[in-house]
Design a protein around this ligand. Structure first.
Ligand SMILES: NC(=O)c1ccc[n+]([C@@H]2O[C@H](COP(=O)([O-])OP(=O)(O)OC[C@H]3O[C@@H](n4cnc5c(N)ncnc54)[C@H](OP(=O)(O)O)[C@@H]3O)[C@@H](O)[C@H]2O)c1
Length: 330
């Protein structure tokens, strides 16, 4: 049973579109004095997000699994700080959040961009399926552990925003609450990815409900199709099947069909994190720098599937996530 979807889940005519870049999305917005955390902020879409937020004046903290690689990639960027974090490791997530909260800094922007896609079956230390554990449960733990800092920024002008980088891949699968971890059904790497990306969108719905009275708003988004390291677990044939490469083997760029440069791919993350056009809104799924429509046969591949925008499913996922992680909001 799918419950009614928020009337806010409707395009607002932002004036931006599929070809907008991250730099264009943040142009004219002054982030000096504000602090952002970008998970996965040293690769692909996350790296471009880090760059755009830092260039707009924010201090950007990039928590990385591989700090040596991250340091090399981020060298030369002003106002970027490196930290250690493995989202699949609850101890590491708690330690990062504790260090951040001890700094006493309010957290204005949290972009949950890190992710893995279509991996072979693996499990975390608790036995949870790896894509769900990394993409959803890791960010669930992280966001709740940073809640105090988000609340502190929520009391300031501009408030706080949490941005979950979901995917159009959420249309592949909703949440199977009876077998989240593929214990009773055969593992399918795409269904597992779709489930985790639906979880990212539902997380924004439930988080926004809890945050809005405290000035903390949440959004989710589809960035577009961008050739990055995310495809590291795909074969050459699988990548070709996405029509991702041109005849010369270069990434095909056609934003009108969703095939974007990395700078275009980061634009919706940056727009969700900073646009004044989203003031007063939250809990919505965005694409192409606008609030997305609800997906139906008329929207083609665009939009959010009802199973990723449903309040009751969002609440159910929140409650299950609390149980699985043992963490709750204070
Ligand atoms: N690219 C696309 O076409 C596309 C389309 C739709 C949605 N998305 C979403 O966009 C987000 C970013 O993807 P991308 O294309 O930028 O991919 P990417 O270049 O592979 O970046 C992913 C980042 O996540 C980090 N990460 C992975 N597992 C982690 C863990 N356990 N702990 C901490 N960090 C971890 C990676 O670090 P390591 O390098 O150290 O592993 C990397 O920095 C993902 O959530 C993805 O689902 C991408």
């Amino acid at each position: 049973m799918i419950s009614p979807i928020s009337p806010d889940q409707t395009p607002i005519g932002s004036g931006f579109g599929p070809a907008t870049t991250a730099a264009e999305a943040v142009r004219g917005i002054d982030l000096r004095g504000r602090v952002a955390v970008v998970t996965g902020g040293y690769s692909g879409i996350g790296l471009e997000t880090t760059r755009a937020l830092a260039e707009a004046g924010a201090t950007v903290i990039v928590p990385a699994r591989d700090r040596i690689r991250a340091a090399a990639v981020l060298a030369g960027l002003d106002r970027v700080e490196l930290e250690a974090l493995d989202l699949a490791d609850a101890v590491s997530v708690a330690a990062f959040a504790r260090r951040f909260c001890q700094s006493g800094r309010p957290l204005s922007i949290l972009v949950n961009s890190a992710g893995i896609m279509a991996t072979p079956l693996h499990r975390d230390a608790d036995g949870r399926e790896g894509q769900f554990a990394t993409n959803h449960l890791g960010h669930f733990r992280l966001t709740l552990a940073l809640w105090r800092a988000l609340r502190a920024a929520g009391r300031e002008a501009g408030g706080a925003r949490v941005v979950s980088v979901s995917s159009r891949g959420h249309q592949i699968a909703g949440i199977d609450f009876d077998d989240l971890d593929f214990e009773r059904r055969p593992y399918d790497k795409w269904i597992a990815y779709g489930q985790s990306k639906t979880a990212n969108a539902l997380f924004a719905v439930a988080l926004d409900r809890r945050g809005r009275e405290h000035g903390v708003r949440a959004f989710s988004l589809h960035p577009g199709q961008i050739l990055t390291e995310l495809s590291r677990h795909l074969s050459a044939e699988e990548i070709a099947a996405f029509d991702a490469l041109d005849a010369e083997g270069r990434p095909r760029i056609d934003p009108s069909r969703g095939m974007k440069t990395v700078a275009q791919g980061a634009a919706t993350s940056v727009w969700c994190a900073t646009s004044p056009r989203l003031d007063g809104l939250g809990g919505v799924y965005c694409e192409d720098c606008d609030v997305a429509p609800v997906h139906d046969t008329a929207t083609g591949r665009r939009g959010v599937h009802p199973w990723a925008a449903d309040d009751a499913l969002a609440e159910r996922l929140w409650s299950v996530s609390e149980t699985l992680t043992g963490v709750s909001l204070p």
